[in-house]
Design a binder for this molecule. Structure first.
Ligand SMILES: CC(C)(COP(=O)(O)OP(=O)(O)OC[C@H]1O[C@@H](n2cnc3c(N)ncnc32)[C@H](O)[C@@H]1OP(=O)(O)O)[C@@H](O)C(=O)NCCC(=O)NCCS
Length: 259
């Protein structure tokens, strides 16, 4: 068993066993090329590649994603070994926090990460929303988030640290919007998917029902005007009932602190 950096020629082997990973299929074939060019894409091979995992290093954080093991080779510790390899790379870079996202119903994966010392850090909900022309009022752009108020935001389905530098850069690109009709405002961070075209990805910090509905109306209209195919909302809160807003799935954000 060898763990090594992925090569372009591995794609056919990986894609072959990643057709039906989940009931809806898998996204690995769609992101493979981009992950390969990003780097930090590892495969595990026994004559041919039978497992894969991608890592994204940022300031004091390692993000692990896309862990897949060919179903003929599971329960042999292969996924655990891939994760441990990434953890040792993180330690060498003096990074102490590792995060990954797991469907709250993916018991195999949850058990595996818990065995490796990961803990549930937060639980997030994924809602889909259809673009639609409509009216909203009193939406403002600007940074109303205090440093440390929220730990992460979602960029292309990666939970990245929301530090001062990131808040400033999001703000300068007009990516932070809020509604403050009541005391408990709702804030959204907007982003485009790097892997799927015309997909708006929104981190929503939901406050009052009134403000959340207002932000949702704004997002729908933005989707309509900018011709987005889909709007994906990630939030820790339960959102109010709203036509064409659908709760799809929940995820645990898992964390391990490396010593
Ligand atoms: C989840 C997955 C990556 C695990 O890969 P794996 O190589 O079989 O995992 P490991 O052998 O390292 O498992 C380590 C431990 O995790 C737990 N575990 C893993 N799969 C399990 C299963 N199907 N049922 C129960 N426990 C399981 C066990 O405690 C296992 O130790 P044990 O075999 O000694 O009992 C693999 O099942 C897979 O590719 N699943 C589909 C894709 C997926 O869900 N990826 C994760 C998305 S976050």
């Amino acid at each position: 068993m060898i763990i090594r950096d992925a090569r372009a020629s591995d794609k056919k082997h990986i894609v072959k066993f990643c057709q039906n990973t989940f009931s809806w299929g898998d996204y690995i074939p769609d992101v493979w090329d981009s992950w390969l060019s990003d780097g930090d894409l590892l495969v595990i091979e026994k004559k041919i590649p039978i497992g894969v995992c991608h890592g994204v290093f940022s300031k004091n954080q390692l993000w692990i994603e896309g862990i897949r093991i060919n179903s003929d080779f599971r329960r042999q510790g292969l996924a655990s070994n891939l994760i441990k390899r990434f953890e040792s790379l993180a330690s060498k870079k003096k990074i102490s926090k590792v995060f990954m996202l797991i469907d709250t119903e993916n018991y195999a994966s949850l058990l595996m990460t818990q065995n490796l010392g990961y803990k549930i850090y937060q639980t997030w909900k994924f809602y889909s929303l259809l673009p639609q022309k409509n009216n909203f009022s009193d939406i403002s752009f600007g940074n109303v988030i205090k440093v440390g108020e929220f730990s992460h935001y979602v960029k292309s389905w990666r939970w990245l640290p929301l530090n001062k530098q990131k808040l400033n850069s999001l703000n300068s690109k007009n990516r932070i919007v809020y509604s403050k009709k009541s005391k408990n405002k709702s804030i959204a961070i907007l982003g485009d998917s790097e892997h799927f075209e015309k997909t708006l990805i929104v981190t929503l910090f939901s406050g009052s029902k009134k403000d959340t509905i207002n932000i949702i109306l704004f997002l729908q209209n933005l989707g309509f005007e900018k011709k987005y195919k889909r709007i994906q909302i990630l939030t820790k809160e339960i959102l109010p009932e709203f036509t064409s807003l659908e709760h799809k799935i929940s995820f645990h954000l898992m964390q391990k602190l490396l010593s």
